[in-house]
Ligand binder design. Sequence first.
Ligand SMILES: Nc1ncnc2c1ncn2[C@@H]1O[C@H](COP(=O)(O)OP(=O)(O)O)[C@@H](O)[C@H]1O
Ligand SMILES: [Mg+2]
Length: 249
Amino acid sequence: MEERKSKIQICNLSKHFGDLVVLDQLNFDIYDGEFLCVVGPTGCGKTTFCNVLTNLLPPTSGEVSVDGRPINCKTHNISFVFQAPSCLPWRNVWENVKIGLEIKGVPGKEIKERVMDVLEAVGLTPFMNFYPNQISAGMKQRVAIARAFVTEPDMLLMDEPFGQLDTSTRFHIESSLVKLWERKRQTIIFVTHNLEEAVYMSERILVLTPKPTTIKAEVSVDHLAHPRDITDPEFVRLRCQITDLVRWW
Ligand SMILES: Nc1ncnc2c1ncn2[C@@H]1O[C@H](COP(=O)(O)OP(=O)(O)O)[C@@H](O)[C@H]1O
Ligand SMILES: [Mg+2]
């Protein structure tokens, strides 16, 4: 990890709502191309963290920088995948995925190549002409993931995107996400309260405390090769270690 270039710098980041201290002086860096998971209990401020990180909400103090410059939605390319599926119902899968490239004015031929590539990676090629009401919830989240990746963002934020999916759908989609990340190496910040999901996918896990929220621990899981086996003793050890960190506040 030492030689890796820092992509996103979070410095003394705090967010208060009136007297309620939600985020309390967070400090950490995210490496270029890193797959980082942030885990914490419900209500600890994970969604607030995502919103402050992208400047959807102004921080109370502190700052977020990308490549050493203050984050700016106009100059930096930020993608968001939310918990609730967010497909545009009047556009088919193909048209939903290409939307960010259209907005950026990418030439048509390049749009076609890039959209084909991500659709293939998430297993949606056979469904590219389907409309959102013709596909399952899991497939809609695949559309959202493909749409987020295709723009090759500086930062890809995912806020509990698989929380509403059943276990087997979740495993499939987690595997597709890892494959897509291995291919594209985008910088991902994936927020979840599901510890197994975090150990299954990421390179590093930040464990948050309850409010006022700080970073309780940082656990590296990048020595586990993909695709990971949830019954592997080292996998189980890491999952237990993080469970303990979450249990003993
Ligand atoms: N706009 C807001 N105004 C006041 N309090 C808020 C606001 N948004 C979130 N909170 C509070 O901040 C805390 C963290 O919320 P949230 O970020 O949604 O947590 P999480 O995503 O980890 O479940 C909660 O106590 C919530 O009630
Ligand atoms: Mg939340």
